[in-house]
Design a protein around this ligand. Structure first.
Ligand SMILES: Cc1cc2nc3c(=O)[nH]c(=O)nc-3n(C[C@H](O)[C@H](O)[C@H](O)COP(=O)(O)O)c2cc1C
Length: 203
């Protein structure tokens, strides 16, 4: 079982990346689970353009990323709430993939990050408008890192006990749910029932 963590902040040293590291360490405690991370703040992708379909030079790193996605069974998508929205870098990432073997019919856990008590807007936005063409399957569960500066810090003295305890428990639970869906959706993909040529873009 391989799980990809996508960090959706544009910032090179983001709170979202910190949350990603915390989630990665939770994954490491599970046997048979490996993980990798794409931090869009540290490794930004070009904005979508037509060169995507003609091997444009700006897209030279894409085959390696595609191979990582193809090899993944599930994803954790981390979106900081910015102006009540998902940052453009993550929306752009979701725009790059169609009904191929990268994201389609694979489960994803949406994880929002907020400096205060926000986060719900980005969960709603991801569920509403980010899966039609790439066929990503959002889990019915979500994770929200509220008051993010008080949780997931490597220096544990910076963590506030009640928030850290609640987030950790929720993190463990949602990862278990994600792994269960990842196992189940492997079988769904193997059914061979998907016809993405006739029904290309869900219209
Ligand atoms: C441009 C911008 C807009 C933001 N808007 C919101 C917001 O609407 N709601 C919220 O809870 N936090 C907002 N924040 C605070 C982020 O939640 C906070 O920066 C948090 O650390 C996550 O962002 P990061 O992963 O980029 O560090 C905003 C931050 C930035 C940089």
């Amino acid at each position: 079982m391989r799980i990809g963590i996508i960090v959706g902040s544009h910032r090179k040293d983001s709170q979202s990346a910190k949350v990603g590291r915390f989630i990665a360490s939770a994954l490491e405690r599970r046997s048979g689970v490996s993980h990798w991370t794409l931090d869009l703040g540290k490794t930004p992708l070009p904005l979508w353009d037509e060169g995507l379909f003609s091997q444009g030079e700006q897209w030279s790193a894409l085959p390696a990323l595609k191979a990582q996605l193809d090899d993944s069974d599930a994803f954790i998508m981390i979106a900081p709430e910015w102006h009540g929205m998902v940052p453009a870098a993550l929306k752009n990432f979701l725009l790059l993939w169609g009904a191929g073997s990268e994201l389609s019919h694979k489960p994803a856990l949406p994880c929002a990050v907020s400096a205060v008590d926000g986060g719900a807007y980005v969960i709603t936005e991801l569920r509403m408008s980010s899966y039609k063409n790439n066929r990503l399957c959002w889990l019915p569960e979500n994770l929200i890192a509220r008051q993010v500066k008080t949780i997931c810090n490597e220096d544990e003295r910076l963590n506030e006990e009640p928030q850290q305890k609640d987030f950790s428990a929720r993190c463990e639970y949602t990862i278990d749910v994600l792994i269960a869906y990842a196992n189940a959706l492997r079988d769904v993909r193997a059914l061979g029932i998907f016809d993405h040529e006739t029904f290309m873009n869900g219209a």
